[in-house]
Design a protein around this ligand. Structure first.
Ligand code: NAD
Length: 446
């Protein structure tokens, strides 16, 4: 019995060793192939040419040396919608309905593929590209299935191809300044004790489609969609997406991990399908994460709801000395606020790390206020000094292309995207079970 186990072990170890060697060989082969290509010009393709595919395309078109060679989308409307823009910029592209045909025809001339298909297809698309020796920029959420997200990290490791996940705030100079310089390096806020973030949207009807571009049932079925309604509104259905908490929340929940440089230790959540009876995913969710920090437990509250846009989308990181309000759109958050008890911040302003305070601290007033309400002085606002002068996704794409060209580090490699994916997908489970989810460190690693 013992011997059999030993034999089995030896056999599986041998198989694993052979697989590892084959994977390593392929990784070296792929790296050599990449090096042979001209780094000044990177040839790319796009898979998934819908709303976000078009936005990423527009950013790619602004980056020197990026040439589109092919576009894949199963829907003629999207092929034209995004394909025509690329052609207008003089790129000679071929259009495909089937990504396998695109890869087969172009893999030798391509360096990278941008994947902006719905979440449930990211793993299939990204893995096939990496296996063909191509680097991949894949939109968030990595997947609506953790198992599929894990395969993306595994494929990236096995093939040696780069995998960047589309949490674009990670390359946004305003966020880098706020989190890495002000919070981590300068400890402007003291220690960060809590964070809040929200993404709230007004009630909206289902996304429609022009009648003449309706796909027939056989084509929808071939690509796994049950109806045009589900195909267009995939975010709301369990088969294809994760609902608003995953779609919107993943960007901001990712920031909690960045700020605390740690994965959460637990999450509790409440949510429901309260307003849209034909949609599967929760249309409103509130959740609280706990993080271990050197100073003790920190907590982050996240809210997404879809009846009123009150509050819009932004994040706040709150510490012992003040807080930072920030948002991808600066008008919704772009300043640090110093509490009156905190050490002076003038030295930070003198170094240009924050702008001189814009709002003088007002004297506390209790006039016309009920006696049991204490009004404290408003924290003074110190605007952040860094501007983002490019479209929101451009620096993240540049970071990806620079990693291919010069070997610089990715700001959101598959491993980091996976950690966020674990934290985000757990919210839907916490809502469904009504249970607090406690994470193990090992949960965050493939
Ligand atoms: N980073 C961001 O700020 C951001 C913003 C919006 C969307 N996204 C992400 O981008 C991705 C796409 O979202 P969207 O808003 O563009 O959705 P969308 O529905 O507008 O576009 C998806 C496109 O993929 C195509 N598609 C579907 N299945 C396909 C398949 N099997 N092969 C090829 N093409 C296929 C569809 O025809 C459609 O054109 C999602 O993962 C989403 O989460 C990211």
């Amino acid at each position: 019995m013992m011997e059999m186990k030993r034999n089995q072990f030896m056999q599986s170890a041998a198989v694993a060793g052979t697989m590892l060697a084959a994977m390593k060989a392929r990784a070296i082969e792929n790296a050599e192939l990449s090096a042979r290509k001209n780094p000044d010009q990177l040839n790319i393709a796009l898979i998934g040419a819908g709303a976000q595919g078009r936005i990423l395309t527009e950013s790619c078109l602004r980056i020197p040396g990026i040439r589109f060679k092919a576009v894949c989308d199963i829907w003629e409307y999207s092929q034209k919608y995004t394909g025509n823009v690329i052609k207008k910029y003089g790129h000679d592209i071929k259009i495909y309905e089937d990504y396998k045909e695109l890869i087969a025809a172009h893999k030798d001339e391509l360096d990278a593929v941008v994947v902006a298909s719905p979440d449930w297809m990211h793993a299939e698309h990204a893995n096939a590209c990496m296996e063909a020796g191509l680097h991949v920029y894949s939109e968030k959420e990595m997947s609506n299935s953790l198992a599929k997200a894990a395969t993306m990290v595994q494929t990236s490791k096995a093939t040696g191809q780069l995998l960047q996940i589309g949490h674009q705030r990670r390359s946004n100079p305003r966020y880098i300044h706020a989190i890495e310089t002000l919070i981590h390096q300068e400890k402007l806020l003291g220690s960060v004790t809590t964070a809040t973030a929200q993404w709230n949207r007004a009630k909206a009807d289902d996304i429609g489609f022009p009648k003449k571009f309706e796909m027939d049932a056989a084509t929808l079925d071939k690509y796994g969609y049950n109806s045009m309604q589900e195909f267009r509104n995939w975010r709301w259905y369990k088969k294809y997406g994760g609902g608003p908490i995953v779609d919107l929340g993943s960007h901001q929940i990712d920031l909690f991990e960045w700020v605390w440089e740690n994965n959460p230790k637990s999450v509790i959540a409440s949510g429901g399908t309260d307003f849209y009876d034909h949609r599967e995913w929760y249309d409103n969710v509130m959740c609280i994460y706990e993080y271990d920090t050197p100073e003790g437990t920190a907590r982050a509250f996240y809210e997404t709801q879809t009846t009123t846009g009150r509050g819009g989308f932004s994040e706040a990181f709150r510490g012992t000395n003040g807080y930072i309000d920030i948002a991808e759109v600066p008008a919704q958050g772009n300043a640090a606020y110093r509490e009156a008890h905190a050490p002076e911040w003038d030295a930070f302003a003198a170094k240009g790390l924050i702008k001189q305070k814009a709002t003088p601290i007002k004297k506390a007033s209790t006039k016309n206020v009920a006696v049991d309400v204490r009004v404290t002085a408003a924290a003074a606002s110190w605007p952040l000094p860094v501007d983002m002068t490019k479209p929101a996704h451009q620096p993240h794409l540049e970071n990806f292309f620079n990693a291919i060209r010069y070997g610089t580090e990715l700001n959101c490699p598959g491993e980091t995207g996976y950690e966020t994916c674990v934290a985000v997908l757990a919210v839907n489970r916490a809502v469904a079970t009504g249970q607090k989810i406690e994470f193990k460190k090992s949960d965050f690693h493939v």
